[in-house]
Design a protein around this ligand. Structure first.
Ligand code: SAM
Length: 505
């Protein structure tokens, strides 16, 4: 395999900056797929395959624009984007020139798509609103934070490199490639570590860091001297996404990859094999446990059959279904009873939503809400009165309604989830699934599957990955429908068993 010119230049740059790299790693530059890392010989679990000096990472602290960024009060990803734009503006004069020439101008994240593309390709998906908002917020960021820097230092900065397109491009690179380095550096571009591609739940190599660069810290951080060993030890995969919980399923528990091994030199980052990888195979990192909406949002690609996929159903959508059957007053009263019992939906930004897991199971709180909506008026009135008198459901001594009572109070047990699936609740679930499905427009899931076969994941990247996202979401809705098509499964099985028993007698 011939190494590309840009990779040769990058390798020379890494050597000049003190990187230590195993000769068992091969960097492959594919004209369409970009760069990947392969094993040149068998790599063993525990092998340290790379050591990366922290001062060779591009961060707000190491960039030549450090003072300007800090004086402007910028930090985090915004600060890092400015550092990246600044170093890019220096061209060959940047100490990171050998690294920067390897980076694409931008990553093809939905943030970089035109608004028309976003509206056409993401309509109905979990990403649609998020990306619309992202684009607006990033533009505001640029206007409020970057434009003033240009106005204050016109002689030092070349405006060509600080325009809104350049800012979006820098943000797309920061989103898809930055790592959390340590307390001192914060987020940073970590050359070499950012060449490994992602595979869900199949990480071969792990990125580790020992926190805080004492030698370069200023005098104002006395507390750092008292940090414990535990605080000193940090590790991460790609920087864990600052993602909308609605995209990651965080409502039911997020997932950070834990550290297994840690280096002992605080000035170096290490890449350590956590699995054996055979000769010729690609060496993967993991960017975290994310469904396709989160992967596409942050990295610009999707995976087939991603086990972390989810679909959300907004509370608004459930209320839309209610309004087709009940008065607004009726609906409000039932929702407030549901809240009074201590139930709530997941919350993200300004919306409340329920998760449907990748196997089509609805969130318990949604089932409870539908159950309450469909309670007969007399039962509901008694329950409501009883709760109001007792102050809360657990203190109420209501006995005449023991069936509904038990169901509503046995929060999150499997038994109660099954008992909620009455025919009416299942019909309601089907109706809500249909409302959610209608957001995808007129094309059926079969049309989407057929179309995805026609598009190339490289040449027609936006079309391909947006279709994979739509299909994975619609498959979950299909599973939700199957789930809802079997009302009272538990109850039925029970009664069937009882019948068999009585026959034996
Ligand atoms: C950290 S970089 C990895 C190195 C990258 N391939 C390169 O050429 O520099 C992350 C980007 O690589 C690509 N990528 C990583 N894993 C991928 C995967 N499993 N499928 C498709 N693209 C992937 C995406 O474009 C993503 O935004």
């Amino acid at each position: 395999m011939v190494t590309s010119r840009r990779l040769r230049a990058f390798k020379r740059w890494m050597l000049s900056r003190g990187f230590e790299i195993s000769d068992g790693l091969e960097f492959v530059d594919h004209p369409e797929n970009g760069i990947a890392v392969r094993a040149l010989y068998q790599l063993k679990e525990g092998d340290v395959v790379a050591k990366i000096p922290k001062d060779a990472c591009l961060t707000v602290k190491t960039s030549g624009a450090s003072q300007m960024i800090e004086h402007s009060g910028l930090d985090g990803k915004l600060g890092l984007a400015v550092a990246l734009m600044y170093e890019r503006s220096l061209g060959e004069k940047s100490p990171w020139a050998g690294y920067l020439q390897l980076l694409p101008h931008h990553e093809c994240l939905p943030l970089m798509w035109t608004l028309n593309e976003v509206n056409e390709l993401l309509s109905g998906t979990e990403l649609h609103k998020t990306v619309q908002e992202d684009k607006a917020l990033m533009y505001e960021d640029w206007k409020e934070n970057i434009l003033p820097i240009l106005d204050f230092s016109p002689s030092k900065l070349n405006p060509k490199y600080f325009g809104v397109e350049e800012y979006f491009a820098a943000r797309s690179l920061v989103a898809s490639r930055a790592f959390e380095i340590d307390d001192y550096h914060g987020f940073g571009m970590v050359p070499l570590a950012d060449l490994f591609n992602h595979k869900t739940d199949a990480e071969d190599v792990h990125f580790t860091s020992v926190s805080s660069n004492y030698e370069s810290d200023s005098d104002d951080d006395d507390e750092d001297e008292c940090v414990t060993d535990e605080e000193l030890t940090k590790s991460s995969s790609m920087d864990e996404p600052e993602l909308d919980p609605a995209l990651t399923g965080k409502c039911s528990g997020g997932n950070l990859e834990p550290s297994s091994v840690v280096g002992d030199d605080p000035s170096m980052l290490e890449m350590i094999m956590i699995k054996d990888v055979s000769v010729g195979a690609e060496v993967f990192n993991t960017y975290g446990s994310m469904g396709n909406a989160a992967l596409l949002h942050r990295y610009g690609f999707t995976e087939q059959d991603n086990p972390y996929d989810i679909v959300n159903i907004d509370l608004e959508m459930v209320l839309q279904w209610c309004s087709s059957l009940f008065s607004a007053r009726y609906t409000r009263a039932r929702v407030s009873f549901w809240r009074k019992l201590g139930y709530s939906a997941c919350i993200s930004q300004n919306s409340e939503y329920f998760e449907i897991s990748s196997d089509g199971e609805p969130q318990f709180e949604l089932l409870i809400l539908l159950y309450i909506m469909l309670l007969p008026e007399d039962v509901y009135n008694k329950l409501d009165l009883s709760v109001s008198v007792a102050g809360n459901i657990h203190e109420s001594s209501e006995t005449s309604l023991s069936g509904d009572w038990n169901i509503l109070t046995k929060k999150a047990s499997n038994m109660s989830k099954e008992s909620l699936l009455s025919i009416k609740v299942c019909d309601a679930l089907l109706a809500v699934a249909d409302i959610r499905e209608s957001l995808y427009g007129l094309n059926s899931i079969e049309d989407d599957i057929e179309a995805s076969g026609r598009f190339n994941c490289v040449g027609e990247r936006k079309l391909f990955h947006s279709l994979v996202l739509r299909i994975s979401e619609r498959k979950i809705l299909e599973k939700l429908r199957n789930y809802s098509a079997q009302p009272n499964r538990f109850g039925k099985r029970n009664s069937a068993r009882k019948k068999m028993k009585s026959k034996k007698k």
